[in-house]
Design a protein around this ligand. Structure first.
Ligand SMILES: *Cc1c(COP(=O)(O)O)cnc(C)c1O
Length: 477
């Protein structure tokens, strides 16, 4: 018995249809609403018993086209700017298909997915200014990249064998980052036994960058109180406003304090690929580890993140275990060591290197960087539109690609403004016009556009500003 098709020709016919449908779908994104809510009857249609008996592949695919495909997240659409999401590429989508067709386990050993990923990591190291001896791997995303970086930091800085003994809470290890830092850093601290109470959130300045004096004071104060400072996490592009900490000074502080320096550069780190924007992340090449995403501003389809660790021995000391069944052989498939399972938590893992390799080659780093620069110009344009419109109010500086603003109209009451702007945001999404997301800055509700989208045009910025004004007037009329 096999699970292969009974008739390969019939399957090939279905597969060709899928290819045509997918190309038409991606090509037509601008014509569709950004997002549409899945109707109740379709939601209900998923509530079925466990499928015990087989269904024809053609019928399963027909259901996909009717009940799943139209109800995507929306991030491939030119006017999606919610949270931080990439917009993918057609070749990227097909490269994922190719990876699944090969179905390689990129834990390691001697085969293409591993060899390609090793090369892709060489490229990331070079682009980030990391030395050739550094190590790294592709992961599902920035959250895992941060977890890995902070895990290595913890293990290298614990004054005892933390991997064997576990955390000793008599001298708590402390991690420092700004109040604007992403929640994945808290998650990592929770998982690693550091404890979220030992994540010291340092205040930010008016540009939403970490206050360096406050950071130094916090570290010194903690030492006096018997804590063990072990890590500073710097931001290259914060989720709220796109701020980047002074990474160069953070590197200097970390070196002086003899603590690990990790950079969360989920979307901001790749601005280093652009000669125009590289100054923003000055000092990132001095980090001990960097976590960043390829599925955000480089548009590799979800999922693709990357972690780099300057000291490859340190990364291996945290993750390497060599059980008998993973031993290296003198030849054959296991003639190379397990490599990536020695650098991270997972054993079986997707051959993501292939899609990154295809994507970086298809567009080249220069074009990818130009697309990033274009998004930054679009954010500037939106900022200018907002500043010029009396009914709109800019709520934070725009150092990069994130624009936080609100409709103000003639309203003065903060609570009323918060309620109104939430309504405007919901209407933008539900009418399928555009999909920014939201945040709160000093308890003020902000409509937040994070532009990591290669399909966006300058005109789309005008559409957003005009729609916010129109809906704001409508809701206050
Ligand atoms: C998105 C993001 C993360 C988390 O990355 P994932 O790929 O979603 O896991 C961490 N930090 C920042 C600043 C982010 O924007």
């Amino acid at each position: 018995m096999s699970l292969d098709p009974d008739c390969w020709d019939e399957f090939a016919h279905l597969a060709h249809r899928m290819v045509d449908d997918v190309v038409a779908y991606i090509r037509g994104r601008r014509e569709d609403p950004v997002w549409r809510r899945m109707p109740d009857d379709i939601r209900e249609s998923f509530r079925t018993l466990v499928p015990i008996e087989p269904t024809d592949a053609q019928a399963v695919y027909d259901d996909f086209v009717r009940t799943i495909l139209p109800f995507a997240h929306g991030n491939n659409h030119p006017r999606f700017w919610g949270w931080v999401n990439g917009s993918s590429t057609p070749l990227g989508a097909f490269s994922d298909l190719l990876i699944s067709a090969m179905n390689s386990n990129a834990a390691g050993f001697d085969h293409a997915a591993v060899i390609v990923e090793q090369q892709v990591i060489e490229w990331q190291k070079e682009l980030m200014g990391f030395p050739a001896e550094a190590s790294g791997m592709l992961v599902t995303g920035g959250s895992v990249a941060n977890l890995i970086g902070i895990a290595v930091a913890r293990n290298e800085h614990a004054p005892y064998e933390v991997r064997a003994r576990g955390i000793d809470q008599r001298a708590p290890m402390r991690l420092y980052c700004s109040t604007e830092t992403h929640s994945s850093v808290l998650k990592a601290a929770g998982l690693l036994g550091i404890g979220t109470d030992n994540v010291v959130k340092i205040a930010v300045n008016r540009r939403y960058e970490i206050e360096l004096d406050a950071l130094r004071d916090a570290i010194h104060g903690d030492r006096e109180r018997g804590f063990l400072p072990f890590c500073i996490v710097g931001n290259a592009g914060t989720v709220n406003t796109g701020a980047t900490d002074d990474l160069d000074t953070l590197a200097t502080i970390a070196a002086g304090e003899k603590v690990w320096f990790h950079v969360d550069g989920a979307f901001g780190a790749v601005t280093r690929f652009s000669p125009v924007l590289a100054h923003i992340t000055r000092g990132i090449d001095r980090a001990d580890s960097i976590g960043f995403d390829l599925h955000k501003w480089l548009h590799v389809p979800v999922d693709a993140g990357c972690v780099l660790v300057r000291n490859s021995d340190a990364q291996r000391r945290t993750f390497q275990y060599v059980p008998e069944y993973l031993s290296r052989m003198s030849g054959g498939i296991a003639s190379m060591p397990p490599i990536f399972s020695d650098l991270g938590f997972e054993l079986t893992r997707r051959g993501r290197g292939i899609k990154v390799w295809m994507s970086m080659r298809e567009h080249g780093v220069r074009r990818l960087a130009e697309s990033i620069e274009e998004n930054v110009r679009q954010a500037k344009h939106l900022e200018e539109r907002i500043v010029a419109a009396p009914e709109l109010e800019l709520l934070a500086p725009v150092p990069l690609n994130v624009v936080c603003f609100r409709y103000r109209g003639a309203l003065g009451d903060e609570d009323a403004l918060n309620a109104l702007n939430e309504k405007i945001l919901v209407a933008l999404q539900e009418r399928g016009i555009a999909a920014p997301s939201s945040t709160r800055l000093d308890s003020r509700f902000a409509i937040r556009a994070a532009i990591t989208n290669h399909r966006t045009t300058i005109d789309d910025m005008d559409v957003l500003a005009a729609a916010v004004i129109a809906i704001g007037r409508e809701k206050t009329a």
